[in-house]
Structure formats: C-alpha cells, structure tokens
Design a protein around this ligand. Structure first.
Ligand code: SAM
Length: 281
C-alpha cells in the first residue's frame, strides 16, 4: 500500500492522536488508536441478504427455491419474513433429515418444504420458482454450466436468482488458495469473480446488481459474538495438531481449519463476499 517504510523515529514518536484529551505521548497515542479501532463501523450481518431478496418484491403467493439450503433454516426465515412458500434443496441426507425435524416444529413450517437434490438436478418442474437463492454453495460445483442451466430451467421467465459467494482477491496466494479449497471441498476455479460473471452470463442470466459485502458479514459475526474466535481456533489447531487430529479425526480437523481460515481471510481481505442478483430474461 505504501512504498516508503515507517522510520523508528516516526513509529515511536508523537502521533498526536490523544493531544485533544491531553493524552499526548506514546502510550496515550497508542491507547487512543486502540480506542478509535474499537469503534464499530456498523457492518451488515449476513441476514442482509434477506433485504436483497425483499427488494425483489417477494411476498405471499411467491415460491422461492433455496438451492444448497442445508436444513431449511433460510427457507424458514424467508417464509417468516415474506409469507412466501420456500423449498430448500440439498444433497446431504443428514441436512434434509434435520430440516424435516425443524420444519415440523416451526411456526412457518407449513410454508416450507425440504427435498433431496442438487443444483445439477433440481427436483422441480420447469418455471415454477419466482426466485432462487444460492448462499455459499457454488464453490462445491465442478461444472457451473449445467448448474446454471438447471437454475434457469426451474425459474419462471423474469425470475431472479440471488447468489452469495466468497471470491478470491489479489491478496490470496495460489498455495493458500489450493490448501484452503482442498480442506473445504471447494473448487479453486469457483473463487474467480471473472469466471463467475462469465459463467452466469454464458448460461443466459443477466447480472442485475452486485452488492460488494467484502468483510462485513465476518466483521458483524465477530462483533456480535455469533461466530467463534477463528484466530484462536487456528492457533490451537496448529499448536496441538497431533492431539486434535486424533481427537477430532482428519475431516473435522481439516474442515474446522479451513472454515476458520475462510472467515479470517475475509477479515484480512484475501477473500471477499459478494451478493449478486441475476435475472432470467
Ligand atoms: C456452506 S453450506 C451453505 C448452506 C446454506 N446455503 C447457508 O448459507 O448456510 C453449502 C451447502 O451446499 C450444499 N451442496 C453441496 N453440493 C451441492 C450441490 N451439488 N447442489 C446443491 N447443494 C449442494 C451442501 O450440502 C451444504 O448444505
């Protein structure tokens, strides 16, 4: 960012930050800087994606697909917020089993269905959905062309697809990307912004809008305490590698490590979150 190095004199000198409060001097300046950085920048939480969906005008009478919808939690949230019907599709049986249980006991469960399926083979008739959501799942897809073609098939003409994905920035080194992706079942190619934008447009979607979330969601989850301290997790996973590998097993060890880095890399700008609204003609 800067080509000139900070000198020792400047680093330990008087920054003048606390001068107004009569706290001038090295310690006062450092504390003043810490205080400035303790102020929240009011990052949006991840549920801001529902504002994007709301802006599409989704309401009662509409049906929304959540592809890679895990246990239907987001489908339930959309049903609760918009009064729409929502269908979550996920290939992992344990997710669907948990989802059926959730839906059965949820006040908006009557509006929600959860089905086994994949983005490559969505269990639905043509043109039945008013909108589709894909949140943090396209990284698992080997070939995006049939996946986006299938999304287009199940959307009605003029329907919208809201996609949240995490992408690499220029700060992510190739070896970091390779290791991270291997640990969290992700195809490195899916981390490319240019690749994504070209894939969706080749499939026949137009890109209607882009919301550059960057690190906001990760920052918000750290501030609220909703997310664990990922830095501490990585430190422990590294320091007690052998013991934790044995205690957790290889896959949980690697997934926990990768998941923590996924968030840390967003916080330090190696990855960035984006929300796209795509439109079927
Ligand atoms: C990181 S999770 C995200 C879950 C949820 N969308 C969310 O944002 O919390 C990725 C999800 O994608 C699902 N998934 C993996 N491969 C898929 C595929 N080919 N088609 C649809 N979903 C898939 C996984 O089972 C998992 O539930």
């Amino acid at each position: 960012m800067w080509s000139n190095p900070v000198s020792v004199e400047a680093m330990y000198g008087d920054w003048g930050l606390g001068a107004d409060e009569g706290e001038a001097g090295v310690d006062g300046d450092f504390e003043a800087a810490v205080e400035i950085l303790a102020r929240s920048l009011d990052p949006r939480p991840s549920k801001s994606i529902f504002d994007t969906i709301g802006a599409l005008g989704i309401g009662a009478g509409d049906t929304v697909l959540d592809i890679g919808g895990r246990d239907g939690l987001h489908a339930l949230a959309m049903a609760g917020r918009f009064g729409c019907r929502a269908v979550a599709v996920d290939p992992v049986e344990a997710n669907v089993t948990r989802g059926l249980e959730l839906i059965a006991h949820h006040e908006h469960g009557h509006l929600v269905e959860i089905r086994i399926g994949t983005i490559e083979q969505i269990p639905a008739e043509d043109g039945v959905y008013d909108a589709a959501l894909s949140r943090d799942m396209l990284g698992h897809i080997a070939d995006p062309a049939p996946a986006f073609a299938e999304c287009l098939r199940v959307l009605r003409p003029g329907g919208a697809m809201v996609v949240h994905e995490v992408f690499a920035t220029a700060l992510l080194e190739p070896e970091e990307e390779r290791r991270l992706c291997a640990d969290i079942a992700t195809y490195p190619e899916r981390l490319s912004v240019a690749g994504f934008e070209s894939d969706v447009q080749s499939a026949g979607f137009s890109i209607e809008s882009l919301d550059l979330i960057g690190s906001e969601w990760s920052e918000a989850s750290q501030e609220s305490g909703a997310a664990p301290n990922y830095l501490l997790q990585v430190s422990r996973l590294r320091r007690a590698r052998e013991r934790l590998l044995e205690e957790l097993g290889e896959v949980p060890y690697r997934v926990m490590y990768g998941n923590a880095l996924w968030s840390i890399y967003q916080l330090i700008g190696k990855l960035e979150s984006r929300v796209y609204v795509l439109r079927k003609p």
